[in-house]
Design a binder for this molecule. Structure first.
Ligand SMILES: Nc1ncnc2c1ncn2[C@@H]1O[C@H](COP(=O)(O)OP(=O)(O)OP(=O)(O)O)[C@@H](O)[C@H]1O
Length: 363
């Protein structure tokens, strides 16, 4: 059974050094039944605090939390019907896997036949039906995390909350578990809220992502939408990698703007959510993989300052000639075996197709 979740103007403040400090400020969100929504942002941006308020481990200083139509803001955590998966599995080490998963059902005083049936189902769902007689320390990290998931699934919660559940696993297992969690969530049509600071994890698993920064929402959208049409430079740089070039908007035609960057005029898509105005400062966002060498159309004049050979690709770092260069820009081009790298100090044209650039308000 899946359910919707609504956050109405939720805030959580603390007193730090005699001053009011907002860990989370004015967050509004609607999560649809069966949706997988991820909170993404750097350390300290308020992801965990938001999740803990939804779980009931923390009380908002302002705002309301609704599960379906029901206001649960003041309801204790154990009466909210939610399941929580933590970073550190939190399994009982002295109990066999079967008993770990059965724990919640026993507290509910279910019959032993029903418990056996449900535990076996939950373990099968996470692919651990053969591990029921083992102890947690006889399982790998990934298996233990799957037990933690089974322990939550067995209770059929209305909403599942996961806080960095994969961060203790090695890289390969993390990749595998992403797909596993997403498969189970879709099979059971669970509403799922997921916290991570790993953008790849967020992009691959989520229906929608809420990007947070300093306690506030920067942008909410589908992974593709955030990647393609970032509303702020923060989102552009946090979702993938982004070059931010400084320019002035010259004119607009259809969905494209013409921008002057250090004397070169280039065309790019106007941002939908936060576009620049004609004559005003504009930020041109182009991702490293969308810059090319070798054509002189729609290009910036750049000077190479460093090059990093990465095997399949070369990362050329560069400055805009006569431009604003707060830090090196980056261009990632495929390495074709047999070709040589361009020398540092070369000046050349870095081009992009207009659809691969986005213009944001730079005022
Ligand atoms: N109980 C508390 N008292 C005071 N400040 C707190 C408390 N809990 C959290 N904070 C502060 O609120 C801010 C947000 O913390 P939160 O743990 O929600 O961030 P996060 O995005 O989950 O970070 P991380 O990825 O590092 O876990 C941080 O600056 C943190 O120091």
């Amino acid at each position: 059974m899946s359910v919707s979740l609504t956050l109405k103007n939720i805030s959580r403040s603390y007193i730090k050094d005699n001053e009011k400090f907002f860990a989370v400020q004015n967050v509004n969100l609607e999560v649809k039944p069966g949706e997988f929504l991820t909170f993404l942002g750097p350390s300290g941006c308020g992801k965990t605090t938001t999740l803990r308020m939804i779980a009931g481990f923390e009380t908002p200083t302002e705002g309301q939390i609704l599960l379906g139509d029901k206001d649960v803001t003041k309801i204790p955590a154990n009466e909210r019907g939610m399941g929580f998966v933590f970073q550190n599995y939190a399994l009982f080490p002295h109990m066999k896997i079967f008993d770990n998963v059965a724990y919640g059902l026993r507290i509910r005083k279910e019959s032993s036949d029903l418990i056996t049936q449900k535990v076996k189902e939950a373990l099968a769902m996470v692919g651990l039906e053969k591990a029921e007689h083992r102890y947690p320390n006889q399982l790998s990290g990934g298996e233990q995390q799957r037990v933690a998931l089974a322990r939550v699934l067995v209770l059929r919660p209305q909403l599942i909350l996961m806080d960095e559940p994969l961060s203790n696993l090695d890289a390969k297992l993390r990749l595998h578990m992403r797909t596993e969690i997403r498969r189970i969530q879709q099979e059971l049509k669970l509403t799922c809220l997921y916290v991570t600071h790993d953008q790849k994890e967020a992009l691959t698993m989520s229906d929608r992502i809420m990007v947070m920064n300093k306690g506030k929402i920067e942008q909410i959208g589908t992974p593709m939408h955030l990647y393609d049409d970032p509303a702020t430079p923060f989102v552009a740089d946090f979702i993938g990698q982004a070059n931010l070039f400084y320019g002035t908007l010259v004119s607009v035609e259809d969905k494209y703007g013409l921008v002057d960057v250090a004397g070169r005029r280039v065309k790019a898509r106007m941002g939908v959510l936060n576009p620049p105005r004609i004559g005003g400062k504009a930020l041109l966002i182009v991702r490293p993989e969308n810059l090319n060498i070798g054509t002189s159309e729609n290009c910036l004049a750049v000077k190479l300052i460093n090059r990093l050979f990465e095997g399949d690709r070369i990362d050329y770092q560069f400055e805009v000639v006569n431009g604003i260069n707060p830090k090196p820009y980056s261009m990632s081009v495929p390495f074709l075996p047999g070709t040589s790298l361009l020398p540092e100090g070369s000046t050349l044209d870095a081009s992009f197709v207009p659809d691969a650039g986005v213009l944001l308000n730079g005022e």
